[in-house]
Design a protein around this ligand. Structure first.
Ligand code: AMP
Length: 420
């Protein structure tokens, strides 16, 4: 038997109903906020991720799926969504259009991680990228959109942690402060962090190994190194978030290790009521330098990404979603071949009139068809028999009240639509 690759999932049955439900909520909220759907390739040239996510990041160093295609090109399966969207923005010269670009995506990402709960090698993220505006209101909008999607899904105990890395000047002075602080402690850091001290000291603060050490806890805080302009900007973001009623806390330890972030960075968690553990559902930040680094003009960008698989796992823990069931509006039942011909016609008319409809395709007898209709939580049954058909009639039965009505076959679609 061939099995699926490690760290991947098959989504089906009740899970797929939840996926559909979440997708609908996401799509609806994106529309309310006026975000446009964008789809970029699942694979891109490797250089794109090396230049954006950064050579020294864990994602690029250890976790990308890289391969050569048959034309000997270096290809990478996308590990995240931002790089592709920004590449597309530049390649299609969208920056030349006068309006702000607000995009959302929803698709699979690939990271060669050690599979464990909440950590897959193929996973799905939905997210947004807003290009062309540096208004702090956009930072607040993006955060509130992420927050409100998760709230609309009834996820409780949401916690937004937010921080600012400031502009290039602030970030550089912070970087210098970190090097000065960590250098005397270098022997106490993990092997990766020793390397990070040389390549990108901000990443030390993201370290999963050293995260609880006193050295990390007492490290300098970004907030103390923001220049006035960056501090004022951050204060505005927080003020707007207050008006938008987003529950947030400023957490100076959030630095988001990727090379491309500046100014606002944020993460969103839910806290488990039982054991108090945190589950990261999404994260994001502003990346004003990135567009220029990818050979575009000076412009502005900010985005977030949320992990669908983790969100679904959260919903599965909630009673509210235990009852999501497959529902069929109408099941059309028949026995003889003559009845079947009418069934085919009725099913087709109902479907084309927007009624969710099913019929017997497993050669079941009537008893089996009743059972199947119950299993599908069917509301109305259309029961065909030769005798009634000869008089141009069909039986429509309410599956809850068991009430049965004879209806003229030419009016059955209207009758059903009126009774659903
Ligand atoms: P990141 O792109 O690493 O900032 O991740 C954003 C969100 O994507 C996280 O908060 C998770 O919900 C989700 N995510 C990231 N990596 C994985 C993974 N390997 N498996 C499942 N979900 C992931």
């Amino acid at each position: 038997m061939i099995t699926k690759p490690k760290g991947t999932v098959d989504i089906m049955g009740d899970d797929s109903l939840l996926w559909e439900y979440v997708n609908n909520v996401v799509n609806t909220m994106m529309k309310y906020y006026n975000y446009e759907y964008i789809r970029t390739p699942i694979f891109e040239s490797s250089e794109l991720f090396h230049r954006t996510v950064g050579e020294s990041s864990d994602i690029v160093r250890k976790e990308t799926y890289d391969f050569k295609d048959k034309g000997d090109r270096d290809i990478t399966l996308r590990p995240e969504g931002t790089a592709g969207v920004v590449r597309s923005y530049i390649e299609n010269k969208l920056y030349a259009e006068p309006d702000i670009k607000k995009y959302y995506y929803n698709g699979t990402m690939y990271r060669y991680e050690r599979p464990q709960t909440g950590r897959l090698r193929e996973f799905t993220q939905f997210g947004v990228e807003v290009l062309g505006s540096n208004d702090p209101l956009i930072d607040a909008e993006v955060i509130s959109l992420q927050y409100n999607i998760l709230s609309a899904l009834n996820i409780e105990n949401l916690q937004v942690s937010i921080n600012s890395l400031g502009d290039a000047e602030s970030r550089n002075s912070y970087r210098d402060a970190l090097v000065k602080y960590f250098t005397p402690h270098i022997d106490e850091l993990c092997e990766d962090c020793k390397e990070r001290l040389k390549t990108n000291p901000l990443r030390i603060l993201d370290c999963k190994v050293d995260k609880d050490s006193e050295i990390l806890k007492n490290a300098p805080k970004t907030i103390d190194y923001l220049n006035k302009e960056s501090k004022d900007r951050f204060d505005k973001v927080l003020k707007y978030l207050d008006i938008l009623e987003v529950d947030y806390e400023v957490d100076p330890s959030i630095v988001r290790g990727l090379d491309y972030y500046d100014h606002t960075v944020f993460e969103i968690y839910t806290l488990d009521n039982n054991d108090g553990s945190q589950s990261a559902l999404g994260a994001g930040g502003r990346y004003n330098k990135l567009i220029k680094e990818l050979d575009g003009p000076d412009s502005y960008g900010i985005g977030f990404a949320c992990g669908m698989d983790r969100i679904i796992n959260e919903l599965k823990k909630m009673d509210l979603y235990k009852d999501i069931k497959k529902e069929i509006e109408v099941y059309v039942m028949y026995v003889s071949e003559e009845e079947k011909l009418h069934a085919i016609d009725i099913v087709q008319s109902l479907r084309l009139n927007g009624v969710v409809c099913e019929t017997n395709t497993l050669e079941k007898g009537l008893k089996g068809q009743f059972k199947e209709a119950d299993r599908l939580n069917t509301k109305l049954l259309v029961i065909l028999n030769d005798e009634d058909l000869k008089k141009g009639l069909v039986n429509v039965k309410d599956n809850a009240t068991k009430e049965e009505t004879k209806v003229d076959i030419s009016e059955v679609v209207d009758y059903i639509i009126g009774n659903l």
